[in-house]
Design a protein around this ligand. Structure first.
Ligand code: 6CS
Length: 314
């Protein structure tokens, strides 16, 4: 077997390192019968192009951020709802591992679109960067905010008063540098590794949401595999959950320090107080009803169950 595994990130970043480790493990487990090529972002087009390659079976495996499937699987935009998952990333990861709403119900909705999620995992809490201070919703007034291609992410920033613009991250550094956009959201490791802090003056530790990625596979390909091979894949997916959790924790911590230490590119770091976060939470809450109105009945059921699972985990 020889398979392709596309990612939305490059060497040294979480998704690519995940795919590389995944490939190594499958090679070992299968005594060399399975080889996989991990792909860095960029070689095969934009994030949205990569989703299409997975759906058509041109590639077998992909790491997909739900934000890039917002127009396709409306229910997957649940991850765009800010202040929904617990602030504690370990608790959030536990929900992602065990949630029936996500792993059974939402996964089936993706599968209808030829995307089979095998696992959901966090890449860490997201922060905002900007060419000015972002501390209160008023700071977002007239702010050109880069987002992924998800109507719900965009609506969430409109609720803060911003003007959202969707872009691939491949264009993001130059767009921030030239002022086409004023700011963006991402986990801290990614902000540092993609050097966004070089072209942004401020970073806000907001923890308004966590960044979820999905390990996905083309369903026809997967369902057509012999059972023993599928079992090796499933086992590897399971093994990777704690590994990728530790990887992102470490990278997020280390690279926050790297931003602080980068005196050539000074970045003012603002950590929101609970009270300051509350002002954003208030504006984010109505988006939950907006989301319910955009999705199928099965989607509403999924969301009800997820809210229950989150309440129990907390
Ligand atoms: O901002 C983005 O679009 C990118 N951020 C991360 C953390 N991974 C890949 C994604 O394309």
């Amino acid at each position: 077997y020889h398979w392709q595994f596309v990612t939305e990130e490059v060497q040294g970043q979480v998704q690519y390192e995940y795919a590389a480790e995944f490939a190594d493990r499958l090679y070992e487990k299968s005594d060399g019968r399975i080889t996989m090529d991990p792909f860095e972002f960029g070689a095969l087009g934009s994030e949205v192009d990569q989703v299409e390659q997975l759906q058509s079976g041109a590639v077998e495996f992909a790491i997909v951020s739900p934000g890039f499937t917002g127009g396709m699987v409306a229910e997957g935009q649940v991850f765009a709802l800010q202040f929904l998952f617990p602030d504690d990333q370990a608790v959030t990861q536990e929900i992602l591992n065990t949630s029936e709403a996500l792993n059974t119900q939402l996964a089936a909705m993706y599968e209808e679109q030829n995307i089979k999620p095998l696992a959901f995992w966090t890449e860490g809490a997201m922060a905002w960067t900007g060419n000015r201070e972002l501390r209160t919703p008023a700071d977002f007034e007239g702010f050109q905010m880069r987002t992924q291609a998800s109507p719900l992410i965009q609506e969430s920033y409109r609720a803060y008063g911003a003007s959202p613009i969707d872009l691939s991250w491949g264009e993001l550094y130059t767009s921030l540098d030239s002022g086409v956009v004023d700011g963006q959201e991402n986990p801290i490791f990614f902000i540092e590794d993609a050097s966004f802090h070089e072209v942004q003056s401020h970073l806000t530790i907001s923890n308004h949401n966590n960044y979820v990625a999905m390990t996905t596979v083309n369903p026809d390909f997967y369902n057509g595999l012999p059972e023993d091979i599928r079992a090796m894949i499933d086992e590897t997916v399971e093994e990777m959950q704690p590994i990728v959790f530790d990887m992102q924790t470490e990278m997020n911590e280390e690279l926050l320090q790297a931003i602080i230490d980068d005196t050539d590119n000074p970045t003012e770091i603002i950590e929101l107080t609970e009270e300051e976060r509350e002002a954003f939470r208030e504006l984010a809450m109505p988006l939950r009803n907006y989301f319910r109105e955009q999705i199928s009945e099965a989607g509403v059921e999924m969301f009800d169950l997820l809210e229950q699972e989150i309440a129990e985990a907390e």
